[in-house]
Write a protein that binds this ligand. Structure first.
Ligand SMILES: [Zn+2]
Length: 342
């Protein structure tokens, strides 16, 4: 049995803990990047290809990986909670390939960023990537003004972006770019943008980006976020990050029941180091019957591939496609957000 990318990731993380400086950094980075590799590292070696083809792998990391693949350690411990419950992109692709309609029927990606905030590509680039992926629509969800660190947009910038999207939509046939926003919400549930600016949008994600390391139960924060009349989707709810932050805790059954009662959605952020919601919580979400939104949180065109990580989580949790926004035609999606307008 050859080692999987998940096992290699754990070995990188564990080994990094005994190192300092550049070696520590390189292995720590590789442990995170291993979740983004599209193929198993073992398959590359078997095919006589260089491991440096993989993102985050230079000669030093490649030599480490090669060593482990040739002489696997006797035992690889179970990852600690901060690295648990993640699926590698390579494994997610296999899972999704076993149910091809789940990928084929996806009509859009509902979270991504552009140069309007902290992304690296233009709206046009992202739209063309969406067309390549066979979608009917994408939602551009740049950050709002409260999140200065990510270049959050104020109302004027959001209006300019909307005008650019309108022009692009006039040009594109059978493809729609949705005017959307990842609005920063405070722990008390309030947003950071004027009502008039939000009214013009097709879709609003509400996400927490502060006080993310609190240990106490955060149920009230989630209920408040969901009750914010402008929020349609609760973005990356747990706010966990692989090997960096555990994420918040709550009475999730209560949170999902409230979301279902309000007819709002909770997100699967498919970015490999987030995977938020994760499978365990998605099973609770399925029981509550709440709507699910899948977004890649892509910051460039290539990262839009991570839709399969989100799809794999939905498959693993047994979420029926009827409850997932991304399988809906754009008109149904828009009539849903319309029905929620305050
Ligand atoms: Zn976010």
């Amino acid at each position: 049995m050859s080692l999987t990318n998940a096992q290699l990731a754990e070995l990188c993380a564990l080994t990094s803990e005994d190192l300092t400086g550049n070696k520590e950094k390189a292995l720590r980075r590789a442990s995170r990047k291993a979740y983004q590799w599209p193929e198993e590292a073992a398959a590359l070696v078997a095919g006589d290809r260089s491991l440096t083809e993989l993102d985050g792998v230079g000669p030093y990391v490649a030599a480490q990986l090669q060593g482990w693949l040739e002489n696997p350690p006797e035992e690889i411990p179970e990852p600690p909670p901060i690295r648990s419950g993640f699926v590698t992109f390579a494994r997610a692709r296999e899972l999704v390939a076993s149910e091809p309609s789940r990928r084929r029927d996806i009509k859009g990606d509902l979270q991504m960023h552009t140069r309007y905030s902290d992304g690296q590509a233009s709206i046009r680039d992202m739209a063309h990537a969406g067309i390549e992926l066979g979608y009917d629509y994408i939602a551009i969800t740049d950050h709002s003004k409260g999140l200065k660190i990510a270049g959050g947009m104020d109302e004027d910038t959001l209006a300019n972006q909307g005008a650019e999207i309108d022009e692009l939509n006039d040009e594109l046939d059978d493809f729609r770019v949705l005017k959307a926003l990842e609005m920063n919400i405070s722990p008390d549930g309030s947003g950071d943008m004027e009502f008039e600016a939000l009214e013009r949008l097709d879709l609003v994600l509400g996400s927490f980006h502060s006080k993310l390391r609190l240990k106490e139960d955060q149920t009230d924060r989630y209920l408040a976020g969901l009750r914010n009349p402008h929020v349609h989707v609760l973005g990356h709810p747990r706010c966990r990050i692989f090997n960096f932050r555990l994420g918040l805790t709550a009475d999730w059954a209560r949170v999902f029941d409230e979301a279902a009662a309000l007819d709002k959605a909770v997100e699967i952020d498919g970015f490999p180091y987030r995977q938020d919601l994760n499978v365990e919580l998605l099973e609770l979400a399925r029981e509550a019957g709440v709507r699910i939104s899948i977004g890649t949180d892509a910051h460039n065109e290539a990262e839009m591939q991570f839709i399969e990580v989100g799809v794999a989580a939905a498959i693993a949790a047994g979420i029926p496609t009827e409850r997932i926004l991304n399988y809906q035609p754009v008109d149904d999606l828009l009539s849903w957000t319309d029905s929620l307008k305050p």
